[in-house]
Structure formats: structure tokens, C-alpha cells
Design a protein around this ligand. Structure first.
Ligand code: NIG
Length: 404
């Protein structure tokens, strides 16, 4: 089998219905159609029609279809929903990473290196790079992708980044003009925020669904974060916050206060932060590959779930703090480092991500869902953490098109 690259709007390969069988375990994430919270079905089948799932259930009761494919007794999951990444950038930061491993701390300031590299390339090159990263994600079992601007930080560069993101094959684009204060506004954060909350927001609005702000020492403080969130609200965008990544701070509480869809990182949480998340609809998005890559402690997933907070797991793929897009790894780290059960980690990387993006038709496999499937070279989802680091992605369908 050879399959073309994963592109946005890729049409299903063939007309008519396809029956997939030879599924040792189907994770539907729909307790109405299968067992337990993951809605598991053993010896299962799935029927696809165009870009939709039209039937799931036990193989013995599967309806007839135009064609059938045997998956060889493997586990099938909904494709991963990666709700946090930064794919629009040029250059790398291997030297910074190596220095960090030799003892230098991670700081928000490293972002400036990538801003300079990103400003220095043509739009076509940025688009080529972003598409390569989207393909890499899809080949790893990720079928829904959010990505952000945030390495342009001028009106034209952020607009280019947003347009490139929208064209790159991702599902959701977020405006992160408030990533750091760029060098030309050194010492004048308010002046930069005038630009972000005014002409920059206006210029990118047609390409983006969410607005994000990095609330952290070295980026933006509480008052500045409020200002950015208020501007996003006025523009009618969904809100996200990068918060509590490197130390405790106001990010989590400001996100909850503003009804943000998610607050991402959540590595350093006070009891008050945990309570605030548990009493809200704001999703706590954990980025354990970033914690690992920056030698931070793992985000307290166990604590959050036990408190009743809603969590998601995402890759945070970016050149500084987490240069991996492997959601298989992220799910394993959710289990091995953040204290989640295998079941909780799979949910966080599927339905959790869908909640963090407010997408109603991804992250589960039942009639009406997007035909986004991830076939594992393993008999059950438990293998993702059990066989950490092994190449378990065997096949992938995105929007009904087989891409792996
Ligand atoms: O999510 N925390 C802020 N932004 C990114 C890191 C970006 C970078 O280092 O280039 C993050 O970790």
C-alpha cells in the first residue's frame, strides 16, 4: 500500500462504504455503544462512508458494505486530537536544547531566536515547513490538529503565520501575538499590546478561531494577560492561556475567570488553582513532553482528575520546549509520569482534546463522527504506555482518506 501525503480537505479515496474488520478492540469513547468509559467493543467492525463513520459494533452484526478490509486483529482508536502545537516557524534550537541539558534553565526568552528565524524566511518556505510537520503528526496517528501563530510578532508576520497555519492542513488556528514582547518593543510591553489587541488582532481575525496569551515571568503578567483576554472576548474568539508552566502564577485563575476553553501547561498548581479548575468548564491541557524536554516536574494529572477537573493531553510541538509531535509518546508519559490510568490518558488525548477545541465530531467513533481512525500494531490501547517508545502506529484514516 502506498498512500499520498495528508493534506487538508483530502477527499476519501473511494466512493461508497468501507467495512473495516479484524479489530481486536475498538475504542469508541462512547459508553452508549461499548463497555466502560472508553466504550470498548471486542472483535469489532466499523463502516465508513465518505468522511464519516456510519456504523460501529460487533463484527458479527456488521451491515454489508461496498468493500471490506481486514486489519489483522489490531486495536482501533479515534485519531489523536492534538489541541496544542506551534508548527509555523523556521530554524531550530538544538544548541539551546543542548545547553539546557548541560544545566542552563529554560526561559521564555528563547522564543526570540525562533522569531528572528521565522521573520527571515519567505511565506512559501514557512508553508512548506508547516505542511511537513502536519504530515509528520498525521503519520503518528494525529488526525485533528490545533496550531498557533506567535513567532512573527509584527502585524505582517503574524498575518502571514495565521494564513500559513490556515493553509497547512490543520483543523484549528489560534492567534498567539501575545507570546513574548518582541525586541523592537523592549521595555514597552504596553506599546506592544496596543498593537496585539488592535491592528494585529484585526488582521489575523479571518484566519483564527482562538486567541491565546503566555502568562509567565518573562512573557506577560496578570494585568497584561487580562487585557489580551478582554480583546479576544470582544473579537468573539474562544480563549486559551499558556499558564503555570515554569512556576505558580495567575494564568490558571485568569483562564477560569474569563471562561477560557483551556489553560495549557498547568505544571505548577496551587490548591486554589486545582479547585478553580475543578469548579469550571476550562480544560486543563497537560503537555508532558514539554515538561520532560525542559526538565520540569510532570504536570499533576492524577491530582487534577481526582479533584474533578477536565483534562486534555497535547504535544506542544515547538522548536524550544517540546520538539516532538508524538501523541503516542505523550499518552505514554501521561500514564508513566503524570499518574493517569491508560484509560484516562487515551480519553485526554481524544475527547479531552476535542473539548479543548470545542469540536463536536472528533475524538470518538460512532455514527456521525469524523472518519478519523488510528490502527495500532497492538491488540489493545494499553500497549501505548506498556510498550513506550515503540512504533505502534500501523494505519491512519483522516476524514475518510487513508493517509498511512
Ligand atoms: O508552549 N510557553 C510558551 N510557548 C511555548 C514555547 C515556545 C518556545 O520555546 O519557542 C510553549 O512551551
Amino acid at each position: 500500500h502506498t498512500h499520498g501525503p495528508a493534506e487538508s480537505g483530502t477527499a476519501p479515496d473511494q466512493a461508497g462504504t468501507t467495512l473495516l474488520q479484524g479489530i481486536s478492540q475498538l475504542v469508541t469513547n462512547d459508553p452508549a455503544v461499548g463497555e466502560g468509559p472508553l466504550g470498548l467493543i471486542g472483535d469489532a467492525a466499523v463502516v465508513l462512508d465518505g468522511d464519516r463513520v456510519v456504523w460501529v459494533g460487533p463484527r458479527v452484526s456488521a451491515p454489508a458494505a461496498d468493500r471490506a478490509l481486514d486489519l489483522g486483529q489490531r486495536a482501533v482508536l479515534p485519531g489523536w486530537v492534538d489541541s496544542h502545537s506551534h508548527l509555523v516557524f523556521a530554524g531550530d534550537r538544538a544548541a539551546e536544547f543542548t545547553a539546557r541539558m548541560a544545566g542552563r534553565p529554560y526561559e521564555a526568552g528563547g522564543i526570540g531566536t525562533t522569531v528572528a528565524a521565522t521573520r527571515g524566511v519567505e511565506r512559501t518556505e514557512l508553508l512548506r515547513l508547516a505542511r511537513l510537520r502536519v504530515d509528520e503528526m498525521v503519520r503518528g496517528g494525529t488526525t485533528t490538529i490545533e496550531t498557533k501563530t506567535g513567532y512573527g510578532l509584527t502585524v505582517p508576520d503574524e498575518t502571514t503565520s495565521a494564513a500559513v497555519a490556515a493553509e497547512s492542513g490543520v483543523d484549528v488556528v489560534t492567534f498567539l501575538g501575545a507570546h513574548v514582547v518582541p525586541p523592537e518593543f523592549d521595555g514597552d510591553p504596553q506599546g506592544y499590546l496596543d498593537l496585539v489587541c488592535g491592528p494585529m488582532l484585526q488582521a489575523v481575525a479571518r484566519y483564527v478561531q482562538f486567541l491565546d496569551v503566555f502568562c509567565e515571568d518573562g512573557a506577560f503578567d496578570g494585568a497584561q494577560t487580562r487585557r489580551v483576554l478582554a480583546a479576544g472576548q470582544r473579537a468573539g474568539l474562544g480563549l486559551k492561556v499558556h499558564g503555570n508552566q515554569l512556576r505558580e502564577g495567575e494564568g490558571v485563575r485568569l483562564a477560569v475567570e474569563h471562561g477560557a476553553v483551556s489553560v495549557d501547561h498547568c505544571t505548577y498548581l496551587s490548591d486554589r488553582d486545582v479547585d478553580a479548575l475543578a469548579g469550571s468548564t476550562t480544560v486543563a491541557t497537560l503537555l508532558p513532553a514539554c515538561d520532560l524536554s525542559t526538565r520540569q516536574p510532570p504536570a499533576p494529572g492524577r491530582l487534577l482528575v481526582d479533584a474533578g477537573a477536565r483534562i486534555a493531553l497535547a504535544s506542544n510541538c515547538n522548536p524550544g520546549s517540546s520538539y516532538t509531535s508524538s501523541m503516542n509518546l505523550v499518552v505514554a508519559l501521561g500514564v508513566l509520569q503524570c499518574g493517569l490510568t491508560a484509560e484516562e490518558a487515551v480519553q485526554a488525548a481524544t475527547t479531552g482534546g476535542a473539548a479543548a477545541l470545542r469540536l463536536p465530531d472528533v475524538g470518538f467513533l460512532a455514527p456521525g463522527a469524523r472518519a478519523d481512525l488510528h490502527v495500532l500494531d497492538a491488540p489493545s490501547y494499553e500497549y501505548l504506555a506498556y510498550r513506550v517508545g515503540m512504533p505502534l502506529t500501523r494505519a491512519v484514516w483522516r476524514r475518510g482518506a487513508r493517509v498511512v
